[in-house]
Write a protein that binds this ligand. Structure first.
Ligand SMILES: [Zn+2]
Length: 233
């Protein structure tokens, strides 16, 4: 079963940061500073050096809001990829498909997803095809990240909109801020694009506010719908 993002052990989420879901810390060796990527601010502060909460050997430089300990770059990257692979396994489980069609819209999302799938395609016996943004064919996988997928799934209930099964969104358990950092670490280029319409963006705005107090809310929404999908088997 997929774990909550960042949850290494039970109890990791017992001490969430007080102010917000996600603070990504970018460590600069030269300046010995951490840059915080938050929802409302970007600032530079000094914090004490601490070891990675997972491997206990690397320098903890990426702090997820719901984990008491920061992760080193290596563990952060591994965790992001692990979550995508968990979604991929769900996709294969539900559809029995191993051919993946992606549409290159130039977004950061597609750059990250393509990179990760290429990395693991031999292991999972995948056949990956990328088509142009203008190409209108069926079976193209959506590239919604966690924020977007949570909204899409809520829209199913709120607006009775036709929507997608959660397992088709392979980035659906990775937060947009996490994707930004992942792409930075891997040197991936792409535009930060939204895949939501105006109504859905209004829902996202409300979710972002809730997330300040309830750091895992988007993940909980996605997990809830995943459980419903599991029940339909
Ligand atoms: Zn580590």
């Amino acid at each position: 079963m997929p774990e909550a993002p960042g949850a290494g052990k039970r109890g990791d989420s017992e001490q969430p940061l007080q102010d917000g879901f996600l603070r990504l810390l970018f460590y600069s060796k030269n300046l010995n500073i951490y840059k915080f990527f938050g929802f409302k601010y970007f600032k530079v502060v000094k914090i004490p050096k601490t070891l990675c909460g997972k491997c206990k050997s690397g320098l903890g430089v990426v702090k997820l809001g719901f984990m008491p300990q920061p992760l080193c770059y290596h563990c952060f990257v591994r965790q992001i990829e692990r979550r995508v692979i968990e979604q991929l396994k769900r996709f294969i489980h539900f559809t029995s498909k191993r051919n993946i069609i992606l549409q290159d819209n130039g977004s950061l999302n597609i750059a990250c997803l393509h990179y990760i799938l290429e990395k693991y395609k031999a292991k999972y016996n995948l056949e990956i095809r990328t088509v142009k943004a203008s190409c209108k064919i069926s079976d193209i996988l959506p590239v919604y990240c966690l924020d977007e997928l949570a909204v899409i799934l809520i829209s199913r209930v709120l607006f009775k909109e036709e929507t997608i099964p959660s397992y088709t969104a392979l980035l659906g358990t990775v937060h947009s801020k996490e994707l930004e950092l992942y792409s930075e670490l891997k040197g991936l280029k792409g535009r930060v694009l939204t895949h939501l319409n105006e109504k859905q963006l209004a829902v996202l705005n409300e979710l972002d506010k809730l997330e300040q107090k309830h750091p895992q809310i988007k993940f909980s929404i996605v997990r809830f719908f995943q459980k419903l999908e599991d029940l339909q088997i």
